[in-house]
Design a protein around this ligand. Structure first.
Ligand SMILES: Cc1cc2nc3c(=O)[nH]c(=O)nc-3n(C[C@H](O)[C@H](O)[C@H](O)COP(=O)(O)OP(=O)(O)OC[C@H]3O[C@@H](n4cnc5c(N)ncnc54)[C@H](O)[C@@H]3O)c2cc1C
Length: 617
């Protein structure tokens, strides 16, 4: 028997995150992984031709630069880096039009304004509110154990918090309708909302602000998604820990009510003297620890865990040239877009795709997103080649049978490719060097905890979100078994590449074991005041391209108020609303309140002293 301070089951990014944090806190940790390679949902492979690299699961790391992991774990020192492309997203439509979302807000609004000026203004307003103003709140919501709804409401007050919570009344379609008017823009954002594979049921609209906050924050890991777990592994090993692969955990050993070890399929036992943590799905964890040790209500819920109605089927292509989209004539910037959406032309088609998935039919409307990673990071393909993928939504089983994917793989490959060809002009046989279809059944085969191809280790529905993930009695990552913790995606705020369950569990264990933390913990969520004045229609700042000619507001005497005076009075009004307590973290937020575009202010800035000296000479 090998002995460590702690044993973590599963070397996906969450298990490794937990291990890395606690190794830095001085514990000796082993991470045990059933596959021959680490990474789980962050794996990179070459399934077509040598040198053409594909991320088989996660590709888009969203909002990553706000993650405490990068700072706390200094992952750049262990080989991890990422690119945040300047053109973030593109949505192509069959009529040759397209929407482009840039890192640059003005350019994004100009693209949206071609369809609806009002939607462009709304986008700008939501961007300031969610991506900038509420970002600290969202970070603390993500990196702290979910709170019961009444406690959460106590911590959030003011009109913006109310507006944020009001999204809980919506499903995914109605939440997008609430904000946007134009059919194509609605179509784009409804598909975008599904990208994190949320189910459209009443209540799921609550994810809108959190997802919207990242719409301009998509990143690509340099060299492949696998560089992320590899960096965590290096950090762990540098701190005396170990990763054991080909180690299938069959049992969590519980002695005298305390989790003390894991037993592998080969009979070996690895002991964790201080804790055992599970980064695999909660239902399996319960079963291998002993169902009888969990309360009846937890057993019932986990045995009926909803894995989700849709998964993804990915077509990976090894190409000579990157795909060229027909809608480039409408907006040439789409040629640089990182995350490309297509397949759906209106909201009804989006609806029909998810209905087909729920009924286990191969969707009549194939729609989804994809990317040509080698166009962003050349390490994804050899010189003179490109690697591109598209992952439309699809059910796990077709007509109730998941093995249908294996039986008719060639047929489904052609069906996916034929839709892609409708949008990309150059995907003829002469450009395609090799194809590889990765089906929902393959998702489960490669990653056993993605049961039924469950992209998030459990559907995002209100009964499985927040405090309910996986159950209020387990949501803080502790379990009824002493020394056993959950840290996988079916826990806490898990699902997607964010490391949140791993981070939360690391903090819980550090509390329980009274460890010194060599990191600063993300503060608990709090939103106490109106920190950002919600822009009214007349305060909205439109890009030069999209700004409608507006009459100037009139002062008391009916004279036009000069723009500088208007800006000053707005600043004063906002300052009057904003308490300045140094103890209130969110008073800082007020300083990022959106200001009208004042390009000349840069020119007016005082020159540095050396500059003036240089002039005098
Ligand atoms: C096709 C697809 C595309 C996706 N795209 C994105 C994306 O673009 N962006 C994004 O953020 N997310 C995406 N996701 C979701 C993301 O991949 C997952 O949410 C994430 O990888 C889960 O991480 P994890 O560490 O919690 O679990 P995992 O990565 O699943 O790790 C769990 C590990 O435990 C191992 N394991 C299981 N059982 C045992 C056992 N009994 N003993 C030992 N080890 C075991 C598994 O082999 C695995 O390595 C995608 C998922 C899929 C399927």
């Amino acid at each position: 028997m090998t002995t460590y301070d702690g044993v973590v089951i599963g070397a996906g990014h969450n298990g490794l995150t937990l291990a890395a944090y606690l190794a830095r806190a001085g514990l000796k940790i082993a991470v045990v992984e059933r596959n021959p390679r680490i990474g789980g949902g962050t794996s990179t492979d070459e399934p077509t031709l040598p040198g053409y690299r594909f991320n088989l699961h996660s590709n888009f790391f969203m909002g990553f630069r706000h993650s405490p992991l990068l700072r706390d774990l200094e992952l750049h020192r262990y080989g991890f880096s990422y690119i945040e492309p300047l053109v973030q997203q593109g949505a192509a439509f069959r009529d040759g039009t397209c929407v482009v979302i840039h890192k640059d807000l003005d350019k994004t609004c100009a693209s949206l304004a071609r369809f609806s000026r009002r939607d462009a203004d709304t986008f700008r307003e939501l961007h300031y509110l969610y991506s900038v103003g509420m970002r600290p709140l969202f970070t603390s919501l993500g990196f702290n154990a979910p709170l019961p709804i009444d406690q959460l409401k106590d911590r959030l007050s003011g009109s913006q918090a109310k507006e944020f919570l009001s999204h809980a009344q919506h499903d995914l379609f109605s939440v997008v309708r609430k904000h946007f008017d134009d059919d194509r823009i609605r179509t784009l954002f409804t598909s975008y909302m599904h990208v994190i594979t949320t189910e459209s049921v009443p209540g799921s609209g609550i994810v809108f602000p959190l997802i919207f906050a990242n719409v301009m924050e998509f990143t690509l890991p340099v060299g492949g998604a696998q560089t992320f777990p590899l960096a965590l592994q290096r950090l762990l090993e540098a701190h005396g820990g170990a990763v054991v692969t080909d180690a299938d955990v069959q049992e969590i050993v519980v002695k005298n009510g305390r989790a003390s070890a894991v037993r592998l399929a080969n009979g070996e036992t690895i002991e964790g003297t201080r804790f055992v943590a599970s980064a695999i799905d909660a239902p399996t964890t319960m079963r291998i620890a002993g169902e009888e040790l969990f309360p009846e209500e937890v057993r019932q819920k986990l045995n009926g865990w909803h894995w989700g109605n849709h998964s993804l089927v990915t077509l990976h292509l090894a190409l000579k040239e990157a795909p060229v989209y027909r809608c480039q004539d409408f907006d040439p910037d789409i040629a640089q877009a990182y995350n490309m959406f297509f397949g759906m032309d209106d909201i009804h088609q989006v609806e029909s795709c998810f209905e087909d998935c729920a009924q286990q039919k191969f969707p009549a409307v194939l729609m989804g997103n994809g990317a040509c990673n080698s166009a962003v990071d050349p390490t994804y393909a050899p010189a003179g080649g490109h690697s591109a993928f598209w992952w439309p939504f699809a059910p796990y089983a077709i007509n109730g049978d998941a093995t249908e994917w294996d039986r008719n793989k060639a047929h489904y490959t052609e069906r996916v490719l034929s839709v892609w060809r409708e949008y990309a002009a150059n995907l003829g046989d002469d450009n395609v060097r090799a194809k590889f279809l990765f089906t929902p059944l393959d998702v489960e085969r490669l990653n056993r905890n993605m049961v039924k191809g469950a992209v998030r280790m459990g559907a995002y529905v209100p009964s499985q979100l927040g405090i309910n993930r996986p159950h209020p009695l387990l949501s803080g990552t502790r379990t009824p078994i002493e020394g056993l913790y959950l840290c996988g995606s079916s826990t806490g705020n898990g699902g997607g590449i964010n490391g949140q369950p791993g981070y939360i569990a690391a903090n819980t264990i550090a509390d329980d074991l009274k460890l010194d933390r060599p990191w600063t913990r993300v503060p608990p969520p709090e939103w106490r005041q109106v920190a950002i004045a919600r822009l009214t229609r007349c305060q909205r700042v439109s890009s030069a391209a999209s700004r409608p000619a507006r009459p100037r507001p009139r002062g008391a005497a009916g004279r036009a108020v000069p723009p500088r005076r208007r800006a000053r009075s707005r600043t004063r009004a906002a300052a009057a609303q904003t308490p300045r307590s140094p103890h209130d973290v969110h008073s800082r937020v007020s300083r990022v309140r959106p200001q009208p575009h004042r390009a000349p202010a840069v020119a007016r800035r005082r020159r540095p002293r050396w500059w003036r000296c240089a002039l005098a000479r």
